[in-house]
Design a protein around this ligand. Structure first.
Ligand code: NAD
Length: 253
């Protein structure tokens, strides 16, 4: 079987109802994996087309990753539906509130960290626990960070968001080191500017960002899914604790 094939594997993607998470779910399914998603909103129509398109099993669970009770309930239901199998986990759910540093309240900041940091950390933790319990071989956890973990987002008020994404990137090597004995690899993907509902409220920025990007275009979600499929597959078996920037060269120019 091809090193890139995910046939027979089971994946869980948080924030998979739309945007980057949906693209990751589609990419993993295209490579052959069954895919479950956790999200607080109902998935867009394209999610329900995955099963027929790629002949894999899919399932949506309404889960709020910022609540440990909701996360645990989601994992319990997912474990029962998929027979405990879990090979790939992509904690992708995230929010960005464009909060001004001088005005950000403790409550706003806590809410953002609850989704972007605690949600990612505990999704990865519960996934690793399930993988270990199930005796998963070659497990892969792919945390979604951002170019915001490397730089400020131009023309946006991004301090809280950048801090949250920096935390995701920083936790990755440490988690990876602890999971080596369990045959689980952990990496981050740092997407650049991607056209999704998160960036849709800033059409003028999407336009101006183009000039900052080496390849002169904002990404579509499909542009970043290949990196996720690669990190999920055995083709990346020597990679762990790494950050993969998929940013059109914006951080290098
Ligand atoms: P999006 O808003 O289109 O999608 C985010 C998804 O996460 C939504 O379906 C949303 O309902 C879900 N979500 C939000 N809070 C949740 C919660 N508490 N529990 C469960 N699900 C929740 O945004 P996107 O652009 O697709 O972003 C996906 C990830 O990619 C985020 O972590 C984001 O920070 C990251 N990212 C996005 C960009 C970009 O330019 N769009 C760039 C770099 C990184």
């Amino acid at each position: 079987m091809s090193q890139f094939s995910l046939k027979g594997r089971t994946a869980l993607v948080t924030g998979g109802a739309r945007g980057c998470g949906l693209a990751f779910a589609q990419g993993l399914a295209e490579a052959g994996a069954d895919v479950a998603i956790f999200d607080v909103v109902d998935p867009v129509a394209a999610f329900f087309e995955i099963e027929e398109l790629y002949g894999v099993k899919t399932k949506y669970y309404k889960v709020d990753v910022s609540s440990i009770e909701s996360l645990k309930a989601g994992f319990k239901a997912f474990e029962a539906d998929f027979g405990g199998k879990l090979d790939i986990c992509v904690p992708c759910a995230g929010i960005n509130k464009n909060l001004a540093f001088l005005d950000t309240s403790f409550e706003q900041h806590s809410q953002l960290l609850g989704v972007n940091v605690l949600g990612v950390y505990h999704t990865a933790q519960l996934a690793a626990q399930q993988m270990i319990k199930n005796g998963t071989k070659c497990g892969s956890i792919i945390l979604v960070a951002s170019i915001a973990s490397w730089m400020a987002i131009r023309s946006q008020k991004s301090s809280a968001y950048c801090g949250s994404k920096g935390a995701v990137r920083a936790m990755c090597p440490a988690i990876a080191a602890e999971l080596v004995p369990h045959d689980i690899r952990v990496n981050t993907i740092s997407p650049g500017y991607v056209r999704t509902e998160m960036t849709a409220p800033f059409p003028h920025l999407l336009e101006s960002w183009k000039d900052e990007i080496m390849n002169r275009r904002v990404a579509e979600p499909n542009d970043i899914k290949g990196a996720c499929v690669f990190l999920a597959s055995d083709a990346s078996s020597y990679m762990t604790g790494q950050d993969v920037l998929v940013d059109g060269g914006v951080t290098k120019w």
